[in-house]
Design a protein around this ligand. Structure first.
Ligand code: UDP
Length: 256
């Protein structure tokens, strides 16, 4: 990995220079963080699962015409992506009350919302990613009004697609966070979906048992994070049950 120039290291991913100009390699780490990295653990194999789940989601979004930064998965932990200028806004879409919406507004976790709600958070660790309005975003120049329109329209398409995808495999999409970037191609700028979509960035509940199958298992010390991420991948039909997720040590190859 050290042969490539590191462009950026975040909490769960590293970006390296890509093989062609305008491309990057996105590496998925095993680090799990919560509460602005105050809680931190290494969960061996999480990166492999998130790489596969995010690949599956982004490939499908590309195929229905939602523009994304995703080009292809390279190996167990890496994907080739288009280089974009990240818009410093986290877009959260909610279908069911949970997390900060429940604590901030006193809406009981699990209540189905009257309609899907879109929220914006300013990406700034020092400020703990505060919630902001469109007014803040445009006044401070983080994104322009047309870019906000694009992000909202794309967020709704992603929500519709993901809700159906997960419902089909017995999982409720409670909420999720997405990020966008500006892609410059031939002097034209387009807003495209960037970052990742995985159980790290979505709340996913089993439709029957309401069991949490996402990063809340880590945030709330419920245990079994890896088994649940593996179950999400298995239900989506993207991971061979016997496939190793660790990818670090040697793999047993049987001769017969
Ligand atoms: N989320 C995320 N990264 C963040 C904050 C939130 O991926 O930095 C996701 C989170 O997993 C959930 C949704 O965004 O699916 C809404 O999170 P919420 O605002 O409820 O915050 P939390 O309870 O996670 O602090």
């Amino acid at each position: 990995m050290s042969r490539r120039r590191k462009i950026y290291e975040g909490k769960a991913k590293i970006l390296y220079e890509g093989p062609e100009p305008g491309t990057l390699v996105q590496f998925f780490k095993d680090d799990a963080t919560a509460f602005n990295a105050k809680k931190h653990e290494i969960i061996d194999g999480k990166g492999v699962l998130n790489n596969r789940i995010s690949e599956y989601v982004f490939e499908n979004l590309n195929s229905i015409g939602v523009p994304t930064h995703f080009i292809k998965r390279i190996n167990m932990r890496e994907q080739l992506i288009k280089e974009v200028e990240i818009i410093p806004i986290e877009v959260v879409v909610r279908n069911i009350a949970a997390g900060s919406l429940s604590s901030r507004l006193g809406v009981e976790e699990g209540n189905v919302l009257p309609r899907s709600i879109i929220e914006f958070y300013y990406k700034n660790d020092e400020l703990n990613d505060p919630i902001v309005s469109e007014e803040h975003i445009t006044a401070f120049g983080w994104a322009s009004p047309p870019e906000i329109d694009d992000m909202m329209a794309l967020a709704i398409r992603v929500n519709d697609f993901l809700s159906g995808l997960f419902l089909g495999v017995g999982i409720q999409l409670v909420d999720f966070k997405i990020e966008f970037g500006r892609l410059y191609e031939n002097d034209v700028m387009r807003v495209v979906l960037a970052d990742e979509i995985s159980p790290d960035s979505c709340r996913l509940w089993d439709i029957k048992t309401k069991e949490k199958m996402d990063k809340d298992r880590f945030r709330q010390d419920l245990g079994g994070l890896l088994d649940n991420y593996r179950e999400v991948a298995r239900r989506l039909g993207i991971m061979n049950e016997n496939e190793p997720t660790r990818g670090k040590g040697p793999v047993l190859v049987k001769s017969d």
